[in-house]
Design a protein around this ligand. Sequence first.
Ligand SMILES: O=C(O)CCC(=O)C(=O)O
Ligand SMILES: [Fe+2]
Length: 391
Amino acid sequence: TTIAAADSTPQEPIDLQQIPLIDLGPWFTEIPIQLQTNSNIQQERSFLALNKAQLEVVEKVYQACRQVGFFLIQNHGFDQSVLNDTWKASQEFFAMSTEEKILHKTNNEVEYPYGYEQSESLAKGKQLDRASDQRILLDDAVSSDSDNNNNHTDALLMMGKDLKETFSIGPNNPRSGMPPRRWVQSPNLPPTFPSAVGTYYRHMERLSLVLLEIFALALNQDRSYFEDKMDHHQSALRLAHYFPLQEPNGNWHVVRAGAHTDYGALTILAAQDHGLEVMLHDEWIPVSLLKDTFIINLGDLMQRWTNDKWISTMHRVAMPSTEAMEQRYSLAFFVNINGDAVIEPLSSCIDSTEDITTRHKYPPITAGEHLMAKHLASMGEAENSLVGDEL
Ligand SMILES: O=C(O)CCC(=O)C(=O)O
Ligand SMILES: [Fe+2]
């Protein structure tokens, strides 16, 4: 395999059946500069300073992004105490009364798209009217799913809304074009909340740059390719709390966050409990929870940027019946690059054997326009066609 699919080779067969676990340890080790002699890999300037283990990291990330759109990372260098402080802050926040949490809600989504949210719906797929009992029995779910008459056995609790509440912040940088952070005080919110959440954001910013450096190499670009597209980024951090169930879910397969793809470049997720599922080869595959790992997935922007060579994969949060009634916490860092960065398919992702009119699958768009269009589409205020997906 080569690092980037810039040549005329047909698509490589999908052979990653699971979500790969990638050890980033080698990335952080100092190495003597040495020349690579591996003839499979283009002798680009950026690669010259990498040792064998680091090249393997790049190769694994490339394959994961190409075939799965999801991977786990370990030995990522993230400060464990920062993570612990944030879990604690999140638990303290969501433990407050609804009246108090509502004080942290934005009064204008357009001006300030952050703060506390209850039951935000991520689902883009089929949804049932809330008016019903909000549940479908296994049989009903399967039979009503007319275009899916295979042996799907997951009965879904289809909700008008996701079963969760969230708190988000944006960048702490006026150049990002996003509004300054607003911290609302309330009686039961520990005064350390802003600093815990802000520190996590800062550390995530750093990790996102490491991942993007690896991405750049995997895409046959200079390793600093994404740096100047991230210097006033619009990344968002979202703490999520999935409600415990009021009663055991029994035979119901509960969907706590509907199937969706993420919008941005990539997402770095920390999850405390099982439930995340990824659509692979037409099946929902549970993502294993491994100690001290983060889950990485690509968003729609990265798929577009790579001319569909890399994939932004559908995922959802379900509740395994074995864990009936448990609540669940997660921390998602959505990496959104500079709003004014122009995104057009990377040269290394253009298939030169294809017809000149179809090689570029997407017209240029700024990352800001892309994000806004996705957001509006999800709010039902615009059709997906406004995103200008296809040429
Ligand atoms: O909470 C999770 O585990 C995943 C949430 C998610 O996919 C999202 O917020 O985009
Ligand atoms: Fe997601």
